[in-house]
Design a protein around this ligand. Structure first.
Ligand code: BDR
Ligand code: CA
Length: 318
C-alpha cells in the first residue's frame, strides 16, 4: 500500500511539533497541506511555529494555510501555561523560514485540496475544530470529500484542563459539536487513550542516539512540558513521563493496529454549568441509537511500546 494522503490541522504547540516531525517524515503518509488555528496560542504564533517547524524538518514544500483567529462563538482561552508563551516552551528555531502561508484561509485551502483528490482523504485535527467546522459550514459538499476526521480530544469521563473536558473540545465546543453532528466518520483519539501515549524520561534520553536537529528539538521542547504538565493535575504530577497526545493521534492513521477502540454515538456539551466541553460518549448504549448514528470511533488504548518504537525509527531518518 502506498502512503496515505492526509491534511493536518494544528495549533503548534509542543505535542503538535512532535506529531508533525513524525507525520512529515514517515514514509506511510503523504502530507498534502497543513493548516493552523488558534488553540494552544493565538493563530499568529501557531502559524509562525508551524511554518518554521516544517522548515526545520526540511519540508518547505508542504503548503500551509492560516486559519481561524478565534473560536466560533467564544474568546480564546489559550494553553500558554502548558506550552509556554511562544507555544514551544521557549525553544527558538535556529534558522527562520522566509516562506509565508498561502493566500487562502485554511477552510478554503482545505476545500481546494479535497476537491483536487480523486478519492476522499483523511483530515488529522490536532487542535480545536474551528477550521473544520468552518469548512463544513461553508462547503457542505466537503462532507463527501473527507474520508474521516481523526481528532485529538474527547474522553469518557476525564479531562484536561477541567475534570470532564479536554482542551481541544473546551476551546471550541460549538465547533466540535457541529463537526460530530454532521455524522462525518470521526475518530476520537481520546484523552483516555493518549494518557497512555507517554514517553518516559528514559525514552527521551534515548532520542540522544539520533544526532540531528529534529531530535534536539524534541528534547528541548519537552524540557518545559515535563514541568508544565506536572502542575496540571495529580494524574500528570505522578506520571513517569509525558503524554504526546497529538503524536498518538497521527500514529493511529499509520498504525491502527496499535490501538483499541469502538464505535459509539457521541455529542458535545456546550451549555453546561460545570461540564462545558464534555464529550458525551454513549458507552453503554443508553440512547439506543441506530448504527448509522454511531459515527464516532472512540480510541481508548494504545500499545505504548510499539508507538514509542515507531516514533524512534522515524526520528532516525532525519
Ligand atoms: C491537546 O491540547 C493541546 O494543548 C495539545 O496540543 C493537544 O492537542 C491535549 O489535550
Ligand atoms: Ca494540539
Amino acid at each position: 500500500m502506498g502512503a496515505i494522503k492526509v491534511l493536518i490541522d494544528c495549533d503548534t504547540g509542543i505535542d503538535d511539533i512532535i506529531a508533525l516531525s513524525y507525520a512529515v517524515k514517515t514514509p506511510d503518509l503523504e502530507v498534502l497541506g497543513v493548516t493552523t488555528v488558534c488553540g494552544n496560542l493565538p493563530t499568529e504564533i501557531t502559524t509562525y511555529n508551524t511554518l518554521n517547524a516544517l522548515h526545520l524538518m526540511g519540508r518547505d514544500d508542504i503548503p500551509l494555510a492560516r486559519g481561524a483567529e478565534k473560536p466560533l462563538e467564544r474568546e480564546l482561552q489559550d494553553a500558554a501555561y502548558i506550552h509556554g508563551n511562544n507555544g514551544l516552551g521557549g525553544y527558538e528555531f535556529a534558522e527562520k523560514t522566509t516562506k509565508t502561508p498561502v493566500e487562502l484561509p485554511a477552510w478554503e485551502f482545505l476545500y481546494q485540496v479535497l476537491r483536487e483528490q480523486p478519492e476522499p482523504i483523511d483530515i488529522i485535527a490536532l487542535a480545536p475544530l474551528t477550521n473544520i467546522a468552518l469548512l463544513l459550514q461553508k462547503h457542505p459538499d466537503a462532507l463527501k470529500l473527507i474520508r474521516r476526521v481523526v481528532f485529538m480530544g474527547g474522553s469518557l469521563r476525564t479531562g484536561n484542563p477541567t475534570p470532564v473536558a479536554t482542551f481541544n473540545v473546551l476551546a471550541d465546543p460549538e465547533a466540535a459539536k457541529y463537526v460530530i453532528a454532521t455524522k462525518i466518520p470521526f475518530v476520537m483519539c481520546s484523552l483516555d487513550c493518549t494518557r497512555g501515549s507517554y514517553f518516559t524520561f528514559e525514552d527521551l534520553e534515548a532520542t540522544k542516539q539520533y544526532d540531528n536537529p529534529v531530535s534536539e528539538m524534541v528534547r528541548a521542547v519537552t524540557r518545559f512540558y515535563i514541568n508544565s504538565t506536572k502542575n496540571e493535575n495529580t494524574v500528570d504530577s505522578k506520571k513517569k513521563g509525558i503524554d504526546i497526545h497529538d503524536l498518538c493521534t497521527v500514529m493511529y492513521v499509520t498504525h491502527p493496529e496499535f490501538f483499541q477502540g469502538e464505535q459509539y454515538f457521541a455529542d458535545v456539551e456546550t451549555k453546561g454549568e460545570l461540564t462545558t466541553g464534555f464529550t458525551l460518549v454513549d458507552f453503554e448504549d443508553n440512547l439506543r441509537k441506530p448504527p448509522e448514528d454511531k459515527t464516532v470511533l472512540f480510541l481508548k488504548k494504545v500499545d505504548r511500546e510499539a508507538y514509542v518504537r515507531c516514533f524512534m525509527d522515524t526520528l532516525a531518518l532525519y
